[in-house]
Design a protein around this ligand. Structure first.
Ligand SMILES: [Zn+2]
Length: 411
C-alpha cells in the first residue's frame, strides 16, 4: 500500500481552511448558497488545471476534471465529493488539530470532549494520527476528506504516467448539505458509466443501498359558509387533514423504525379551514413496498375526503430511488470496490443509508450507479468530528485500486 498519510493530511487541512458552510435557507434561491464554496471550487479547478486535467466549471456550479485514458477499452469511471460543510454547528473558521491518539478522551477547547466510550472505533487507531477541530467548530471531514482523497489519487496518477487507467472523471459539487447539490449537474459533459461519492464515514463501510423516497402532497378543499349557519354545510379542511394524519400508522413512523424498515412521516400540514395542504414523506428500501405505501396514502386520503365530503387532490413527487437498482444493473460498480478491499487486505462490508446521497440522485437521473465510499471521518455535523489519517491514506489506495480493477477487466 502507498503511504499517503503526509500528503493527504496536509491537503485535507488546507481544504478545511476554506469557509464553505452552506446555507439551507438559500437552497434553490442562490447557487452555491454561499460564496466561500465558489472560492474553494475555483481553487480546486486551478489545482486540477495545474495537474494537467481538462477542467470545466460551468453554469451548474460543479467543477469537473478529466484525466484522459492512457489505454483504450476501459470503462470510464468517476469520483465525486462536495465542497460545502453543514451548518448544524459553526462550519467556518476551522482550526484543524493533529493528535497522535494515545487512548482515552480527547479534550478540546470550549468544553468539547471526544469521549472514548462514545467512539468505540477510536481504540483501533491508538498510536496513529487523527485530526479534529479545535473544539469550537466542526472539522469538515464531511466532505473535505473525500475531496482531498480524490485529489491525491488524481495527483498520483498524473505523476505516475506508467500506471494504466481509463478516463477518470472527478466532480466537486456545492450545497450537498442543503439537499440542492444535485439540482443542477453537468450531465451533458459526464462520460463516466460508474461513479463513486467519497462521502462515507467509518473505514470499510460501502454504502450501496439507500431509501426510495417520495413526497405525497395532498390538497384538501373545504366548503366555507358563515360559521353561524354552517350546520350540515361547512367542510373544515383542517379537520380532514388531521383525520388523514390519524390514518398514518404510528408504528411505521421514523421514530418507530430502524435498519431495513421503511416509514411514513407527516412532514407538514398548513392552511385554513377552507384550503389545506399536507405533505407526507414516504421512505422504503423495497420498491414494491414503496409503491404500496404511495398508493395506500393516496387511497386513504381520498377515502377520508369522501367521508367528510371534501374534495381531495393528491400528487406524488419521487425524490430519489434506491441506488441498489442502478447498482444491480451494473454489478461491476460494487465488484470493483470489493475487489479493491481484497487487493489491499482490508475488510469491506455493505451498509444501508436511511436517507439519500448525491449518488442516489445521479443514479435516478442518469442511470449511473454511484455507491458511497468511506473517507475515514466520524461524528459528522458536530464539534466532535474527527478523521483518521491512516484511513484517509487507505481511501486513496482504494480509489487507485478501483481504477486499476477497470483496467484489468477491460473489454
Ligand atoms: Zn457529506
Amino acid at each position: 500500500m502507498i503511504d499517503f498519510r503526509k500528503s493527504v493530511s496536509e491537503r485535507f487541512i488546507r481544504y478545511t481552511q476554506f469557509d464553505t458552510m452552506s446555507d439551507p435557507s438559500l437552497a434553490g434561491v442562490k447557487r452555491p448558497t454561499t460564496d466561500g464554496q465558489v472560492v474553494m471550487q475555483k481553487a480546486l479547478a486551478k489545482e486540477l488545471e495545474e495537474l494537467g486535467l481538462e477542467v470545466s466549471y460551468g453554469k451548474e456550479s460543479v467543477v469537473r476534471g478529466l484525466v484522459k485514458a492512457n489505454v483504450p477499452g476501459v470503462l470510464p469511471i468517476g469520483f465525486m465529493a462536495h465542497v460545502d460543510t453543514a451548518d448544524d454547528v459553526m462550519g467556518n473558521g476551522v482550526k484543524a488539530q493533529r493528535h497522535i491518539y494515545t487512548g482515552g478522551d480527547i479534550v478540546l477547547n470550549g468544553g468539547t470532549v471526544i469521549r472514548e466510550n462514545e467512539n468505540p472505533s477510536l481504540s483501533s487507531y491508538i498510536g496513529t494520527e487523527i485530526i479534529t477541530s479545535d473544539g469550537t467548530t466542526l472539522l469538515g471531514a464531511d466532505d473535505k476528506a473525500g475531496a482531498a482523497e480524490i485529489m491525491e489519487a488524481v495527483r498520483y496518477l498524473v505523476e505516475h504516467p506508467e500506471i494504466k487507467h481509463g478516463d477518470i472523471e472527478v466532480f466537486f459539487t456545492p450545497d450537498e448539505e442543503t439537499g440542492a447539490g444535485m439540482d443542477q449537474f453537468p450531465y451533458h459533459e459526464q462520460i463516466s458509466k460508474v461513479c463513486y461519492t467519497m462521502d462515507g464515514g467509518a473505514e470499510g463501510e460501502i454504502e450501496s443501498e439507500c431509501f426510495n423516497a417520495a413526497s405525497v402532497i395532498i390538497s384538501i378543499h373545504g366548503v366555507s359558509t358563515h360559521l353561524g349557519s354552517a350546520r350540515g354545510k361547512l367542510v373544515n379542511a383542517l379537520t380532514v387533514a388531521s383525520a388523514i394524519s390519524m390514518t398514518i400508522p404510528h408504528s411505521e413512523s421514523p421514530e418507530a423504525t430502524d435498519e431495513r424498515y421503511g416509514y411514513y412521516h407527516v412532514g407538514e400540514i398548513k392552511g385554513t379551514h377552507v384550503e389545506a395542504q399536507m405533505e407526507i414523506f414516504i421512505r422504503d428500501f423495497d420498491s414494491d413496498s414503496f409503491d404500496f405505501r404511495i398508493s395506500a396514502v393516496k387511497e386513504l386520503a381520498q377515502a377520508v375526503g369522501n367521508i367528510y365530503h371534501a374534495r381531495v387532490e393528491v400528487s406524488v413527487k419521487i425524490s430519489y430511488r434506491n441506488m441498489a437498482l442502478a447498482n444491480a444493473k451494473h454489478p461491476e460498480a460494487i465488484e470493483a470496490v470489493m475487489n479493491a478491499g481484497k487487493e489491499l487486505g482490508l475488510e469491506f462490508f455493505p451498509a444501508l443509508i436511511r436517507g439519500g446521497t448525491d449518488g442516489a440522485r445521479m443514479a435516478e437521473k442518469a442511470g449511473v450507479p454511484c455507491p458511497n465510499l468511506f473517507t475515514g471521518g466520524h461524528n459528522y455535523h458536530s464539534l466532535e468530528e474527527w478523521v483518521s489519517v491512516e484511513v484517509m491514506s487507505r481511501s486513496v489506495n482504494m480509489i487507485l485500486a478501483i481504477i486499476d480493477y477497470q483496467v484489468k477487466n477491460r473489454k
